[in-house]
Design a binder for this molecule. Structure first.
Ligand code: SF4
Length: 163
């Protein structure tokens, strides 16, 4: 079952207390559908990291003028670029012939936390959600299997902290 735009739970930035809203299970099946079906936003800092690793912007960006997307608080806009697709397909330009990400060590944040996303709810809490446009079939909700929700929330938060 494919699940879309569902809150997993939240974490308090100060106390690190986790509140689970939905019992979610996630075991990545490595289908790479996310690398084929989504447009991936990249921040100027991420573009810099990729170019520092030997790629030219025209190899991996669709646009050289940044677009403005909503920040996580929804109160401001941030600059972003979009990763290129391979010719005649919708595959990300970094998806290699073995169906692996060729920039895994420095891939964009959006890829690192997929199929989850997060929202800054207030000054104290971050809410983790299942991506609203999820094409991921590795996520399930409310099944009898043990819930991964706490680990998912902590994992997303640990990546947010590294931004
Ligand atoms: S950068 Fe890597 S993980 Fe992200 S969409 Fe492209 S191939 Fe997939």
């Amino acid at each position: 079952m494919i699940v879309r735009d569902l809150p997993v739970g939240s974490i308090n930035i100060e106390s690190k207390e986790v509140k689970v809203i939905n019992q979610v299970n996630f075991t990545c099946q490595s289908s790479t559908e996310c690398c084929r079906k989504h447009d991936i936003p990249v921040t100027p800092k991420e573009v810099e990291r990729i170019t520092d690793n030997g790629f030219e912007p025209d190899q991996f960006l669709i646009n050289f003028t940044p677009i403005l997307i909503n920040s996580k608080t929804g109160k401001s806009k941030i600059k972003a670029y979009v990763l290129k697709k391979k010719p005649f397909s919708h595959d990300c330009v970094f998806l290699n012939e073995k169906n692996l990400c060729s920039i895994h060590e420095f891939k964009p944040f959006a890829c690192k936390i997929y199929p989850f996303t997060y929202e800054i709810k207030d000054t104290e809490n971050i809410e983790v959600r299942v991506h609203q446009d999820s094409v991921c079939s590795s996520v399930s909700v409310g099944l009898n299997a043990p819930s991964d929700s706490i680990n998912i929330i902590r994992d997303v938060y640990s990546k947010v902290k590294m931004l």
